[in-house]
Write a protein that binds this ligand. Sequence first.
Ligand code: SF4
Ligand code: SF4
Ligand code: FES
Length: 475
Amino acid sequence: MVKIKIDNQELEVAEGTTVLQAALDNKIDVPYFCWHSKLSIAGNCRMCLVNLKGSPKPVISCRERVREGLEVDTKSPEVKKMQQGVLEFILLNHPLDCPICDQSGECPLQDNYFKFSKFPSRIEDQKIHKPKAVPLGPLVTLDDERCIVCTRCVRFCDEVTGTHELCVTERGGHSTLRTYPGAELKNPYSLCTVDICPVGALTSTDFRFKKRVWFLKSADSICTGCATGCNIKMDWDDQIVYRYRPRENEAVNQCWMCDEGRLTYKFINDKNRVLEPLVKKHGEFQRVGWDEALAFTRKRIPREAHEVSASSCVGVVSAQASCEENTALVKFLQQVSKEPVFLTTKKEIANPSHDDFLIDADKNPNSAFLKVLGKEISYARHFPKEAVVFVLDNLTEAQKKELVDARPKLVVWLASNLWEPSHWADVVLPKPTFAEQDGTFINRQNREQKTNKAFAPRGLARPVGEVLREIRLQT
Ligand code: SF4
Ligand code: SF4
Ligand code: FES
């Protein structure tokens, strides 16, 4: 550790720390654009200039390392004037059209402009015009006039994904961000470049112009796209999820997430959401109220479950569902049946994506919990004949076929989305997605992670535990 002073404040910081990091760690505001904690130091934006006592000229704080006795000035009028000058240079050709920029409201350039300068542009000539709305790949769109050439995105593709798609060509005000000839920005983490772009140059093609960010609310949650369980911020408004952004957790996903997982939010808004209970009548699902759906279910469960053979009640627990939902189903069946049978289900897809970074081939967020549960209950491999079956979330295609062949007496499907084909179920009871209720998932590292309820369940969906409790109380 070394002792330093920043703006006359005495601090003790680890040797080797940069001055910028030391300032930020101690909540001292120093503006910066090109520096990023997970990327190499480029030192090209010059926004982080500070004065050091005894130094003949200002230094960039993102590169300067602390040393014993160092005295740093980040706030004097002289330093503010330097920072203001740098900002004016950065904005020389920037369109400054925040009202029509998708980054507005979450843009460090906009924030710094308001914080440091608020000067009108002194440029008398035409600003340099550059390509606008250029698709760099399937998911990322570039507005090159807004680019401040910080090279964060270039360094991300060089240092994190190692895919090297991006480069800066030309010089000075004509500098242009491009993909290399023949290359496209389509690595599995391409949308992380949008997260780290400090201005509105890189935007998500999926999200851009869908919603002004100041209308969005945010919930801390977990991506359910695979067993990794990347930590996310779920941004939503009016019961619609608009995007996921990575939330920093050094032990799980650092500050990144994959594109595939990031776009899995769409099932929450999907048209196939089950919003009311459904009961099959004359071979067709009909919308009914909760009272009718529960009465229809109860009519078969109480008498049969207590009377008949041990294998009459079956519960299918799911690696897609939360620990709470799975536990509720297990407890319910243990209460209504002498010897319930349990099976497991999980999402299975052909040729799942995977890598040695974040993307796991297991596309289920809670496989680890089914292993934990398997220590308390044993899992059967096949459906018993003529049973009353409760299915959580969904079945694999093979399981659906086997279930139909087993000629069940009743199939109750606790689902958030009506995945097709659904001919195998008799009753569908709508459950909330993980965006609409608190939950726990155990990831591939056996870390227990929480999802937080962002908004009230859509339609008439009700939590699994509540619905099963109501069925049990009436049996
Ligand atoms: S596009 Fe964004 S991240 Fe990339 S160099 Fe330009 S400003 Fe930086
Ligand atoms: S790696 Fe897995 S958990 Fe992380 S964002 Fe991708 S799909 Fe989601
Ligand atoms: S943040 Fe230091 S030079 Fe850009």
